[in-house]
Design a protein around this ligand. Structure first.
Ligand code: ADP
Length: 319
């Protein structure tokens, strides 16, 4: 607006000066007239020129004022639109951060509140048997384990952005075997057998070994957690022209179509998982797994039917 007003004033000054100069020239021509134009006619000619010049000035002033008004309205509207557009992502990320903090606080408070009430109830009793003390401590230990897992997951999420990736050729079968070994305790507790099948033994992927193992452990852990006792989890390794697919199938609770759209969101847990206290977790595993897979140029796909089971497929680039 300032630039426009500055130029408008300049244009007006310049044009006014030119008009006055033109008027002076014309007056000169009228006065030096060789045909001796009568005085009265000369005055009338001068007056009509002056009136024309005034009219031209005021019309120039109006045009400049209208132009400036249009610039003000259009510029203002455009600035508002552009400012809104550029602020939108900031607003979105701000809201996401707020939601994340609220969810994290909620997840932290739940086990803390459970521990507090158990301790308070225990303290109110004058005499506690050994078994009661044992039960309170055991329950508190479970909550502490849950808090430790939550803080580990939150740390993993926070570090995702600045991860140093270490890409190398990795044997898919070896990687799966090592990951299976790490969840063997959980599988044994529920008498679940993990069967690994590979299209051939030499399937190689181009990935960060540690991150890949982390993803597989999350998927295997979920497959065990959401399966019933004495069932099977099958890991199938296949390759196509450009990718290696590692599919982890269970015959557990399954996930509805509606819930499948949200399971990769942070802190999302299906209602059935929330209600069953035995299936501990905070809804962060799949969000972490997805980001870790994407960091390595891969992805995770899910196919599932309620009560029939789920297949999570980790897709990674072939070496
Ligand atoms: P958590 O397991 O800690 O709840 P995740 O992010 O790993 O969090 O999983 C999100 C949700 O997806 C779980 O709460 C559960 O409802 C669902 N889910 C994940 N894996 C499976 C599976 N193999 N079978 C059934 N449901 C699953």
């Amino acid at each position: 607006m300032a630039i426009s007003l500055f130029f408008s004033a300049g244009i007006y000054q310049l044009a006014s000066r030119e008009l006055s100069r033109g008027y002076r020239n014309q007056v000169g021509v009228i006065e030096d007239d060789p045909f001796e134009v009568p005085q009265v006619l000369q005055q009338r000619l001068k007056d009509s020129r002056l009136a024309l010049i005034d009219e031209a000035r005021s019309s120039l002033l109006t045009s400049l004022a209208m132009t400036n008004l249009a610039i003000l309205v259009l510029g203002g509207g455009l600035s508002y639109f552009l400012a809104r557009r550029s602020l939108e992502p900031i607003e979105k990320s701000h809201k996401a951060l707020e939601r994340f903090t609220a969810d994290a606080s909620h997840e932290l408070r739940t086990p803390l509140a459970a521990m507090k009430s158990e301790i308070e109830v225990a303290l109110m009793q004058t005499k506690l048997s050994n078994k009661e003390v044992h039960d309170v401590l055991k329950s508190n230990l479970e909550e502490v384990d849950s808090l430790t897992r939550l803080s580990d997951n939150l740390l993993s999420l926070a570090r995702l952005e600045e991860l140093d990736l270490n890409f190398s050729k990795v044997s898919a079968k070896k990687l799966v075997d090592e990951s299976v070994k790490k969840v063997s305790e959980q599988a044994k507790d529920k008498s679940i057998e993990i069967i690994v099948k590979s299209q051939n033994k030499n399937i190689q992927i181009e990935a960060d070994r540690n991150l890949c193992e982390q993803v597989l452990i999350i998927l295997l852990d979920n497959a065990i957690k959401y399966s019933s006792k004495k069932s099977e989890v099958v890991v199938n390794i296949e390759q196509n022209r450009s990718n290696v697919n590692i599919a982890i199938s269970d015959s557990g609770s399954g996930i509805s179509k509606e819930e499948q759209q949200h399971i990769f969101e942070r802190f999302y847990r299906a209602d059935s998982s929330r209600s069953k206290s035995t299936k501990n977790g905070h809804g962060l595993g799949l969000a972490i797994a997805k980001q870790l897979a994407e960091k390595q140029g891969g992805s995770i796909a899910v196919k599932s039917m309620v009560s029939q089971g789920s297949t999570f497929t980790l897709v990674l680039p072939k070496a």
